[in-house]
Design a protein around this ligand. Structure first.
Ligand code: ARG
Length: 407
């Protein structure tokens, strides 16, 4: 399995399966008018929204709209002010229908990296992002926004789907050491010259390419990656399994769409909800697939489904994840707390007169769904912009297909 298969898997609804409206297939979304052409109507909508939500702008709405119209007419594109960029990135988060953690959308830190062009410089900014987002464990939501696609100059790209992910190594017996979802990507970076340590939790190098440069490998320095060794509050043997996970989820393959412009490289991070690690990354059959091992160590009867050995192992694994992150001083939240926060977010947004688009199949946690309040209701579904999209190009990058140079 390769990372894009996993992305596809992540796109597949968890139960209950439902027909997907066409807008839900990110591949079906227009990238933009032509290559790098800004969409004037979308630009206008966005600028109006910005003025509506922030009436205190230095320039008049009318003047700004005219200026943008002229820029698009002359160059095919336009440049967002820093305030527009920050607002656009925050609203893109606010509109992300799959994210349960949107209560703090307005506190997203936006790092404006639009002027970075060389791969080395981009790499440095990405590492700064990791440090700033990690913040010694007191994780803060951060986004770094690099140059948008403009006519004649596609934006730089990072091929990794997250800034921090673990390698997966296919073994001769067909098993995988590490994260099977990254086996293809691992082979790709090995072909590019990565000297793989061969362990179960090796942080993959970054692949960065720009319009002018072929893909290049960059290491992620160990001191920029906070990792948490997993232990269990009641089972001392758990620590001997030598499991760990990284504290920062930093998605790097989603296109940020603001006001008719595409920012294909705009990595962002939040903090983890425990179930992402304890009920998916370490559990899915196409990932670390650890339930059988943990159930056996717990002494459960794995021959009978009715012993609920999977469920019992799953709960203990999630206890271990939350316990270990708390011990390590790495910010994490449990699914009950995060569900309540999401309902608070819905109320707040409703008071502000805004719709909160949400995808039930993604919002409901993969553990104990029915005992979280987010389960017992329906949500509005809408593709509101600004937003983040996962498009074909990102999928191709994950498969190692370079958008500029082929192969
Ligand atoms: N589920 C993904 C992972 O486990 C991360 C997605 C973003 N999650 C977040 N808490 N911001 O790596």
């Amino acid at each position: 399995m390769n990372p894009s298969d996993t992305l596809a898997a992540r796109l597949a609804p968890h139960p209950p399966p439902r027909p997907q409206p066409p807008y839900e297939d990110p591949a079906s979304l227009p990238v933009s008018g032509g290559a790098g052409q800004a969409d004037p109507a979308e630009a206008e909508d966005f600028i109006r929204m910005h003025h509506r939500e922030h009436p205190d702008q230095p320039h008049s709405l009318h003047a700004r709209l005219q200026e943008i119209q002229r820029q698009i007419r002359d160059t095919g594109t336009y440049r967002h002010s820093s305030a527009e960029l920050a607002f656009g990135a925050r609203v893109a988060w606010r509109n992300s229908s799959r994210c349960i953690g949107r209560l703090y959308w307005n506190s997203l830190q936006v790092l404006d990296r639009r002027d970075a062009t060389a791969p080395e410089e981009i790499h440095q900014h990405l590492i700064t992002h990791l440090r700033q987002g990690t913040n010694g464990g007191r994780i803060r939501p951060v986004i770094s926004v690099f140059a948008p696609d403009v006519p004649g100059r596609p934006s730089p790209r990072v091929w990794n789907d997250q800034l921090i992910r673990y390698a997966g190594y296919r073994q001769e017996d067909g098993s995988v050491t590490g994260d099977p979802a990254y086996a293809d990507f691992t082979e790709l970076v090995q072909r590019m010259g990565w000297n793989a340590p061969g362990g179960a939790f090796d942080v993959l190098p970054l692949v960065i390419s720009t319009h002018d440069t072929k893909p290049q490998l960059f290491d992620v320095p160990a001191d920029a990656v906070l990792e948490v060794p997993l232990s269990h509050p009641e089972h001392p043997w758990f620590a001997d399994l030598e499991l760990r996970w990284h504290a920062l989820p930093a998605i790097s393959n989603m296109r940020l769409r603001i006001g008719g412009l595409d920012y294909p490289l705009a990595p962002f991070n939040g903090w983890y909800m425990g179930t992402e690690i304890g009920a998916r990354n370490l559990v899915d059959e196409g990932r670390y697939d650890l339930l059988p091992l943990i159930a056996t160590r717990l002494g459960l009867d794995t021959d009978s489904e009715t012993s609920l050995w999977r469920d019992r192992a799953l709960v203990e694994l999630n206890v271990a994840v939350l316990h270990s992150f708390n011990e390590a001083g790495a910010r994490i939240s449990d699914h009950h707390t995060e569900s309540r926060r999401f309902l608070t977010h819905l109320e707040k947004e409703q008071r502000a007169g805004r719709t909160v688009p949400a995808d039930w199949t993604w919002i409901v946690p993969p553990l104990s769904g029915g005992i979280t309040p987010v389960f017992h209701r329906y949500y509005d579904q809408a593709d509101q912009r600004p937003n983040f999209y996962l498009d074909d190009q990102a999928r191709d990058l994950g498969r190692g297909q370079c958008p500029y140079h082929g192969g």
